[in-house]
Write a protein that binds this ligand. Sequence first.
Ligand SMILES: Cc1cc2nc3c(=O)[nH]c(=O)nc-3n(C[C@H](O)[C@H](O)[C@H](O)COP(=O)(O)OP(=O)(O)OC[C@H]3O[C@@H](n4cnc5c(N)ncnc54)[C@H](O)[C@@H]3O)c2cc1C
Ligand code: SF4
Ligand code: SF4
Length: 1014
Amino acid sequence: MPLDNLPSPRLEERLRRELRGEVKFDAFTRGRYSTDASVYQIEPLGVAVPKDKEDIAAALTIAREEGVTVLPRGGGTSQCGQTIGRSLVLDCSKYMQGVVSFDADARRVTVQPGVVMERLNARLKQHKLWFPVDVSTGDRATIGGMTANNSCGARSIRYGNMVHNVRAIDAILADGTSAHFGEVAGNFGEEVQPERYREIVRDMRALHRREADEIEARFPKLLRRVGGYNIDMISDAGSNMANLLVGSEGTLAFFTEIELDLHPIPPHRVLGICHFPTFYQAMDATQHIVKLDPAAVELVDRTMIDLARDIPIFRATVDRFVRGEPQAILLTEFAGPDADDNLRRLKQLVELMGDLGYGDSVPNAGVIQAVDPGFQSAVWNVRKEGLNIMMSMKGDGKPISFIEDCAVRLEDLAEYTDRLTQVFHKHGTEGTWYAHASVGTLHVRPVINLKQEMGAKQMRAIAEEAFAMVREYKGSHSGEHGDGLVRSEHHEVMFGSRIVRAFEEVKDTFDPAGLFNPGKIVRPSKMDDRSLFRFKPGYTQIPVDTVLDWSDWGNLASAAEMCNNNGACRKSDPGVMCPSYRATGDEQHLTRGRANTLRLALSGQLGPDALTSDAMRDTMELCVSCKGCKRECPTGVDMAKMKLEFLHAYKTRHGLSLRDKVIAYLPRYAPYAARFAGLLNLRNRVAALAALGERWLGFSARRQLPTWSSAPYRGAGYPLPSPPPQAGEGSDTALFRSAGQTVETTQPSSPHLLAGEGQGGGKPALGSRDVLLLVDTFNRYFEPENARAAERVLTRAGYRVVTPEPGCGRPLCCGRTFLAAGRIDEAKKEARRMLDALAPAIRAGTPIVGLEPSCLLTLRDEFPSILPGAETAALAKQAQLFEEFVAAERSAGRFELPLAGMEGQTALLHGHCHQKAFGTATAAVKALEMIPGLKVETFDSTCCGMAGSFGMEAEHYDVSMTIGELGVLPKMRAAAPETMLAACGTSCRHQIAEGAGRQARHIVRILDEASSRR
Ligand SMILES: Cc1cc2nc3c(=O)[nH]c(=O)nc-3n(C[C@H](O)[C@H](O)[C@H](O)COP(=O)(O)OP(=O)(O)OC[C@H]3O[C@@H](n4cnc5c(N)ncnc54)[C@H](O)[C@@H]3O)c2cc1C
Ligand code: SF4
Ligand code: SF4
């Protein structure tokens, strides 16, 4: 009996009562689970996050009894829409990450479905084993999702697809029966249990016998065939029944445990980077290259090379591995136990390329040989991020996945790609090609605007022509990413109606009532049904008053739409993104979850006032604004910036709490508060005061607050400032002082001028050895010794340190604390004040140097967004962190600092997230490495968890410590006692002190120590 699939009130209530895991039925959660990495969007009935297989079994029983369908989910990175539907979603990715059993000798492992592939491989590495289905999404794809999609990796030519590597599956069937799907002998009997499973084996064998001729005639004879059910792999002579579940896209059974075959990690690899003057030549050459038995042959085309060059993290690698202007590159890997054999085959590759007419002497041809493992992995990383690089394209036209993974025989590859390119041109679009040349599966996405009906028509027309062509070549229309909502309707054309009826019979045998993931593989909807699209007919962006500059994307809503759900923010290593997800495992606390929620709110899909609702606040709450996503999200989703916009809207509607005010206005009251340093510091010594502070203000009593210095930094002899004027703070007189002398006199207020424009004021007397030291509130009032050290180091290196003194008396401020509280208006005032005061230095091109990454980099990141314009751009260009200045001056041969050696000593440096986001952490290493004999170590980690005031807020204390424990704190704790710990961020130092019980110093202090000893 079919299920009515209506959400009954009892459904949620029963799930809550009977499951140990989480149950979420609110609109925001349903919105977050309504998309995968396809172009579709379907809201689920609700979401449950099971703790174990008992939870799964209970949820299936409840769903069956309450008449609703069920959709299993892993990382949600599928590209064809198989992971979304109007069902109860069961998300296995949070809790079901266990390794059930492992046998190194037999090279087998059994895992729960939520285990992420690369995390499994990290655990296996010590045993020199790996699971080799190395999908590009391996850092977030779950074994459950990979199994159900029959996923395929870059090295499938050597290791095959999931179906060749899954040994057995424990699954729960629609009627609640649990069964172990594995090898079943030709003659089987009662030993195959339970009865229901035995029935299925019998029925499937009968189906196979009946359809054998048709299967032989219609199934493509290619490795890369993942469409439909694997009925070709059933055999009367005995076969593995797990094969039938592999690729079933959650439609046949719910997997609870999966047994995998493992392989030895090849100890040696080499890479030949083959260049071709034309794309066609590369495609034609592939069939010859595979004869050398490579482990992978992967294509990177010209568009991809150009796009990658534009992305800062890839530029250097691309410049190293691309010579000249090739139209296509084939990355050819040889791997195995014998290093000499790999080199011999690499040599053969070079010879083959020469024989084919693509030798090194031919322009834009030849082979670059990558033997160094570090270089190889940098190159692979560019390839792995191929799709994401392509998706960095801005605007409504996007590269769309629907013929993305057709597979053809290698001898047809050149002609097929050529003809398909002509199809794109006929429909007024282009495609970018990349990926698995070795197995004839090239990824290509025509650029289409699916917000318009025209786009849907283009999609269908191109799909029909492409699939007809694939059929002509006896290829596979679904060679990697599965069927889902995109491909299922085309099975009829590709396999014929008899096979499609057989697929329906498989589904009905396993799941007669249609409990599991309806509408995928069989009985599908139309691929171009716009009511299922993410951008449905009538999709609109609701007008919102924004305060930041979003012109790079068009507007805030378009910036949020850049998230294509590829899930890169779910990775755990390497990099920073996304600490709140790493700590919680929740879709809500993930960059993707936030971007989707914003997109839904900004298009009116979450009801009125969704942007300023408490549910939106909860969505944004744990974003620590680390800017990890700004750098690491392949499509450039900048959630820290979006959070500013949200905070502004939210706080404008709801007002600031007392704690918000204490944080936001710190730079304004700090000059007075510092006079009562002793009194204020009592809070850290008297427990009752800390408890009161938690009750009244919400600062965690388990935390020390930053300690006020009784001798704040005053610049070069500058006295404590007098009270600032409350209004019109921009009308300052800007003074510049250096060690006791005034070097610039009156500067008219708010001139907004650039160099050379007449002002009536004096020309700045700033010289080429002047450095303007911009000391932030934290280093000024809490750690002034850092600022003094910076002044000393710069002076010893022969610079004149100039301190800005705005005439209003209060030191300059970047406005970061106002930004954190959503007071963009006040932050803007600070930015205006900074620009006015620094105008002479900006005009003179004087380096503006700061110590605190989160403050100084505000000048580069938020200022241009708050106050766009030429003067802000000029300031952003001149503003640099101390370490950047030192490293740049050093490499220009201008930084001469006599330094005592620190032979035998080690400095362990933790990079602040914003340093990493702006790529300045390497400069900090370079600055420390100037000290003779000092060994500098860094490590890859996410945020330290403190993130400004975040970790001090009572309700965030636990998650702050959890984030710290993800990397920074254990690393610091484990450092040898004599190791010097370095961290440039004030909150990082605070977190390390409290969480690891160790004192880290700003790098300027270490340089000061070394230079003072000379
Ligand atoms: C940028 C990008 C690159 C990609 N590169 C590759 C690639 O190189 N190779 C490749 O093959 N794919 C690739 N994919 C597609 C996708 O990442 C893979 O198919 C991946 O294996 C899906 O894993 P997941 O955990 O995200 O699964 P999900 O998307 O969550 O689920 C996939 C399917 O599995 C089902 N499922 C999940 N868990 C279970 C369970 N416990 N029991 C039964 N069914 C279950 C779901 O219902 C769904 O139908 C790529 C996708 C993107 C966005
Ligand atoms: S936020 Fe970025 S990394 Fe995360 S899913 Fe979206 S596009 Fe991918
Ligand atoms: S800014 Fe950091 S915490 Fe916030 S979404 Fe981006 S990566 Fe996650």
